[in-house]
Write a protein that binds this ligand. Structure first.
Ligand SMILES: [Fe+2]
Ligand SMILES: [Fe+2]
Length: 282
């Protein structure tokens, strides 16, 4: 199945596409001379995006006291990168909202997991390498999109992997390995590349299950956040977060944060809840 798998993806006519605005914004931001006004004008061509960005800047995420009502102010306050990532994130979620065949995959649980990984990844990046913060939020949100492609367009195949995982009590990615299947990380990266998303996002999606052995810092962050989101009991009976086993191989630059997990992890839960409310409401 492997060699022609990507050709099969190419042949899917109704594969989700991204609105033109994403391409325009990504292209504009490659230009170092771009101004907040120019970027705002592009965003304002899309009413849904304009409303969402204003809602984002006025949401509890940022906690501004006065209400911000213009996109250009929002761009200045949030910064180009955050706006670019918000446009990408909102557009991808909107495109995938049209999927209809998902059987074994609960889309709400899927996005709740993805948003938890996004928030945890952003925290880890903020505290280890701030230049990666906005990449890490979006890459965290999109890391498993390959699973959506499998669940929607390769239903029998998805079912087989899913059953292998359940029967052997192993993770989805380990079931993929067991079946010698194309990895959902590769599929997600392939789609992200097709969508011309920025290369750091593509790389982080591609390596999110092989990050500990690669030198890719953003992917390592996503990988640790993914592990924490799945395995951390939070809080335990004494109100602490307990570090799950299996992270001793995590890269050295993240180890200090893992040692202090019980201090910061419970505090992120509120942020995860508000991210879920903001991004998943219609
Ligand atoms: Fe994954
Ligand atoms: Fe995941």
């Amino acid at each position: 199945m492997k060699p022609d798998f990507f050709q099969q993806i190419d042949r899917i006519r109704e594969l989700p596409t991204l609105p033109v605005i994403v391409l325009k914004v990504n292209q504009m931001l490659q230009d170092v001379e771009i101004t907040a006004d120019q970027l705002s004008r592009v965003i304002e061509t899309d009413q849904m995006m304009t409303a969402k960005i204003l809602k984002l800047v006025n949401s509890s995420f940022y906690g501004f006291k006065s209400t911000i009502s213009s996109i250009s102010t929002a761009v200045i306050i949030l910064g180009f990168n955050t706006v670019q990532h918000a446009v990408v994130s909102l557009s991808v979620m909107k495109s995938f909202a049209l999927l209809k065949n998902l059987k074994r995959l609960n889309i709400r649980d899927f996005w709740n997991h993805s948003l938890a990984v996004a928030v945890i990844s952003k925290y880890l990046a903020d505290h280890s390498d701030k230049t990666l913060s906005s990449d890490c939020f979006t890459a965290g949100l999109l890391h498993d999109i390959g699973k959506l492609i499998l669940a929607e367009y390769f239903t029998e195949y998805f079912e087989k992997i899913w059953l292998t995982a359940v029967e052997n009590a192993i993770s989805f990615v380990d079931a993929e390995k067991m079946e010698n299947a194309v990895n959902h990380a590769e599929i997600g990266a392939y789609l992200a590349e097709k969508w011309l998303l920025p290369q750091p996002l593509v790389d982080a999606i591609r390596h999110h299950h092989s990050a500990f052995s690669s030198n890719h810092r953003a992917a390592a962050i996503i990988s640790v956040a993914d592990f924490l989101a799945i395995n951390t009991r939070c809080p335990d009976s004494e109100g602490r977060a307990v570090l799950p086993e299996g992270l001793s191989d995590a890269p050295a630059f993240l180890q200090p944060h893992l040692q202090t997990l019980s201090e910061w992890y419970p505090r992120l839960q509120g942020e995860i809840t508000s991210a879920c409310q903001f991004f998943t409401e219609p």
